[in-house]
Design a protein around this ligand. Sequence first.
Ligand code: SF4
Length: 244
Amino acid sequence: MASLLESEVDGAALEELPDAELLQWAFSNYGDRAAIGTSLQLTGSVLIDMASRLGLPFRVFILDTLRLHQESYSLIEKFEKRYNIKVERFTPAPRKLEKMLNVHGEYLFFDSKEKQEYCCNIRKVEPNERALESLDAWITGLRRDQSEDRKDIPRVSWMQSKGRSVLKIAPLAHWTEADVKKYIADNDVPYHPLFDQGYDSIGCIICSTPLRPGEPKRAGRWRWFNASDTNKECGIHLDKGEGI
Ligand code: SF4
């Protein structure tokens, strides 16, 4: 299936499409050049369930940093069984990972913001770039209420990846956390069990921790530094794209 050209995508019309219709549009027009990328947040569960109800084949991928919680691997298996899909795993490049560990050790992310970003780059950003090479449309679970930095994200935008335009689609951008939880409860959707243990976002072991009462949503990430930084990002979504 040939993917749509930029000039063939009517961004304003897509912004207004109902959620499931936007997903359907993506898989109908991009086929296996479209995929849901999930880090196993609650919105990822919703997107997988919605996509499954469309009855179209759809791809799902995760960035397996090799430092995920055991519960994350169990949830992936649950998705695969429940929806009869194969979740694609993009892992760190072995040589780059080996070099990083040899020079800086396994726990370099404690040392400085720079080393945390280096680790995220090797374990997440570079594998994500590899995933994007197989895509023309990247479907994400980003929501505007997740952080100050995400409050204006468009549902549909163009981003650049290695000199190529990729359509980034956030069908649930306008959903609230309550909307997400209601969909999951109403439809008995599998979700990450750590959300029932105080976590507000799921990432790597050690680097993501439960929230304390009253803390901002991203405070559980890398909590040993940048305590006042409520926009903590690992680099994957730094290109927020312009609405089209
Ligand atoms: Fe490394 Fe932590 Fe980033 Fe995971 S979240 S890639 S362990 S710094």
